[in-house]
Design a protein around this ligand. Structure first.
Ligand code: DX5
Ligand code: ZN
Length: 219
């Protein structure tokens, strides 16, 4: 079954806890928290305090997507705040192997994200160490953008590599996921879908989540 991770970016921040509980009730699997620093991406969102405020309030895996420079300086704070999975961008880590090891050493799951223009081969020598690879299907910084179909072959190639090496990491896709784009992403090999605006604007979010979860997995 495909996992669905609602992106909080699209929630009503004036009542965040209710929004999160609502997503849990609707059957979401994970909760995706988008951290932006105004440097790596042209937007600023939330920090460890928001993770801490939600920690323990819901049973969802707290999936923290760090769109920040120097993520190594903040991983400890986010882990202490309650993050279960920390995903760093390969573009921000000249010492990617070191950062991945540091995350795992704390007892946290480690993910690596790639922007749409970043090639897969950057991950060649860390692939066996990661718990998740996040393929960005928009340029990070904002919710509500259109899915970039050019990333589909990248998802497919990653899934192939995963099979070839007999690895077990999750393949997450983030950006512009809706009922039209989710199918091709899952068929290409994604097993975790982040969804923000399409889910929160949906007339029937429960059904939206269920529809994504039931998409047939790719071969
Ligand atoms: C983009 C973020 C995404 C995004 C998802 O920088 O990483 O998580 O907010 O939202 P939608 O589904 O609206 O693209
Ligand atoms: Zn994200």
């Amino acid at each position: 079954m495909t996992k669905v991770a609602p992106s909080l970016l699209a929630a009503d921040f004036a009542c965040l806890l209710q929004e999160v509980k609502r997503m849990e009730r609707f059957g979401a699997d994970w909760l995706h928290l988008d951290v932006m620093d105004g440097h790596f991406v042209p937007n600023i969102t939330m920090g460890p305090l928001v993770v801490q405020a939600l920690q323990g309030q819901v049973d969802l895996l707290l999936d923290v997507h760090l769109m920040i420079e120097k993520p190594q300086d903040f991983i400890h704070q986010f882990y202490q705040a309650g993050a279960h999975l920390l995903t760093v961008h390969a573009e921000t880590c000249p010492h990617l192997h070191r950062v991945v090891q540091a995350i795992k050493k704390m007892g946290c799951k480690a993910g690596v994200a790639l922007n749409p223009a970043t090639p897969l081969n950057l991950l060649e020598y860390v692939l066996h160490d990661v718990d998740l690879v996040l393929i960005m299907s928009v340029n990070p910084g904002f919710g509500g953008q259109n899915f970039i179909p050019a990333v589909l072959p990248k998802i497919k190639a990653l899934a192939q590599e995963k099979r070839k090496r007999d690895l077990a990491f999750d393949i997450q896709v983030d950006g512009g996921i809706n009922t039209a784009t989710a199918g091709p992403a899952v068929a290409a090999g994604a097993n975790v879908l982040v969804t923000g605006s399409a889910l929160f604007n949906s007339a029937d979010p429960q059904n939206f989540i269920r529809t994504l979860q039931q998409l047939p997995a790719g071969k």
